[in-house]
Design a protein around this ligand. Structure first.
Ligand code: ADP
Ligand code: MG
Length: 480
């Protein structure tokens, strides 16, 4: 019985190369559709209005603010110009109190502005800079916003653990600017970007062959450099640079080739942001209709739910729960913890997955500590590791297919004598989940083939998103 649950999972999560090629092709197609017209694809392909990425020649003092999923970071960077690059960089990380993630817009931005004001006051203590000129800030805000300029953007919707109703439809830069004013902080938001754009900018500052910035953290997203004349939906004047950074918002990508299981469907329908027709799906008893709906159902952020840190632990929890209820493999246990949504987190499954002790001691400890499952046999623990492996491997392989899709769209997935293409990746999942990042890299090379792989480089961009914001604030204010 237990073996059957695992075998089913293995089968449903399978990602053979042919499936991944289909996913990559679908991603490239969706990219074209999204660039073609507004609403042309679930992958929104938003214009970032960043038409000049930093070159390394920027100079001066700039601030960055990065609001991601769990924490936000404030930082101050001094840029030396020419080859001096970053002369100094100070930063501070602040946890977002959970109640602010579903409170009001003014409370959230008020909190951020007050923490920013404290950081500025501490950093500038004893310096004369404070009252001289307005400070410039780059704001990394990693949620879908609709932009009309580089320094403004209305929030389309929240994702991840955020859900602040009254902020939707508002200009987040204006909200932050008002909150800073209330704090008496003289600071101007010079650029609004997201973490993927920031990662792209941060990596491009040092290496001009960087073509895309990608995040695998709490959520996932990608940004890349597109030719301005390849964006049919753009009605404005084309920039002198001839380029525009596109914020893909690829977390919402869907293709019928994605291997979606019953666990993913249940997770989607019970999440903060379920696919719009999910409730309908569960209220329809007729099997044939259910089957049909299954195929046209447009799950919300489904690619993100299959590939990012917020969800991998939760998927594993759902599998373990079914395993326990159906097979009794864990014995007579109290299911309270195992039934608690998001109780098993991705760092926990990562720890179990990387357990290389002979008797899987770490798995034993985690099961007991987190899920109150004690006295497991070695066989059972091996099964748990395999479940982690299936879920993480599917995530990494689908992630690689997404990257292959971008390269395909750029025409950089083939011939070797083309340019070197560097993809900068950031985010806690990529950084800390070694089996995930190794599998992602190996799969990308598997999909590209040996020859094409030679010109493609995956680079870990350490905190690109925070510093990237400050760098874009610099390139946007200086290179006019
Ligand atoms: P954010 O996406 O909120 O900006 P990060 O990029 O730091 O933040 O990513 C945090 C996410 O990374 C967590 O939600 C978690 O899923 C994942 N993560 C953090 N540490 C680990 C770990 N040791 N193993 C696996 N995943 C981890
Ligand atoms: Mg982040």
């Amino acid at each position: 019985m237990a073996e059957q649950v695992v075998a089913d999972l293995r089968e449903k999560c399978a990602t053979p190369p042919s499936l991944l090629c289909d996913v990559a092709a679908a991603m490239a197609d969706e990219m074209c559709a999204g660039l073609g017209k507004e609403g042309g694809s679930r992958v929104q392909m938003l214009l970032s209005y960043v038409d000049k990425l930093p070159t390394g020649r920027e100079e001066g003092l700039f601030y960055g603010l990065d609001l991601g999923g769990t924490n936000f970071r404030v930082l101050k960077v001094q840029l030396g110009g020419n080859d001096k690059h970053v002369i100094s960089c100070e930063s501070r990380e602040v946890a977002i109190p959970p109640h602010l993630m579903s409170g009001s817009s003014s409370e959230l931005f008020g909190f951020i502005a007050s923490e920013l004001a404290k950081f500025v006051a501490d950093e500038e203590k004893g310096t004369s800079l404070s009252n001289e000129k307005t400070r410039k800030l780059g704001f990394t805000f990693s949620f879908p916003v609709r932009q009309r300029s580089v320094a403004s953007g209305t929030l389309v919707k929240w994702t991840k653990a955020f859900s602040i109703e009254d902020a939707v439809g508002k200009d987040v830069v204006a909200e932050l600017q008002t909150a800073m004013q209330k704090q008496g902080l003289d600071m101007h938001v010079a650029a609004l970007i997201n973490d993927a754009v920031g990662t792209l900018a941060g990596a491009r500052y040092y290496d001009e062959d960087v073509v895309a910035g990608v995040i695998f953290g709490t959520g996932t997203n990608a940004a890349y450099v597109e030719k301005a004349n390849a964006i049919p939906k753009w009605e404005g004047e084309l920039p002198n640079s001839g380029e525009m950074v596109i914020n893909m918002e690829w977390g919402n990508f869907y293709s019928c080739h994605l291997p979606v299981t019953e666990y993913d469907q249940a997770l989607d329908s019970e999440s903060l942001n379920p696919g719009e027709q999910a409730s309908l799906f569960y209220s329809l008893p007729v099997l044939a209709v259910e089957h049909w709906l299954n195929h046209i159902l447009w799950f919300f952020q489904i690619y993100e739910k299959l590939t990012s840190g917020m969800y991998l632990g939760e998927i594993v929890r759902r599998v373990l729960l079914k395993l326990s209820l159906q097979s009794g493999i864990f014995g007579e246990i109290d299911h309270t913890k195992l039934k608690t949504h998001f109780h098993l987190r991705t760092p926990h499954i990562s720890a179990m997955h990387h357990d290389d002790t002979p008797n899987l001691k770490i798995v034993e400890e985690k099961l007991e500590e987190i899920l109150e499952i004690a006295s497991t046999s070695l066989e059972t623990r091996k099964m748990v590791v395999e479940i982690c492996d299936i879920v993480a491997r599917r995530a990494a392989r689908l992630a690689a297919a997404g990257l292959a899709g971008i390269l395909k769209k750029l025409g950089r997935d083939g011939c070797v004598d083309k340019h070197r293409s560097v993809i900068a990746i950031d985010g806690g999942l990529f950084e800390h989940y070694a089996k995930f990042s190794k599998c992602l890299e190996a799969t990308l090379y598997e999909l590209l083939g040996e020859q094409s792989s030679k010109s493609v480089v995956i680079k870990h961009a350490d905190d690109g998103s925070g510093i990237g914001a400050a760098l874009i604030a610099a390139s946007q204010s200086q290179c006019r």
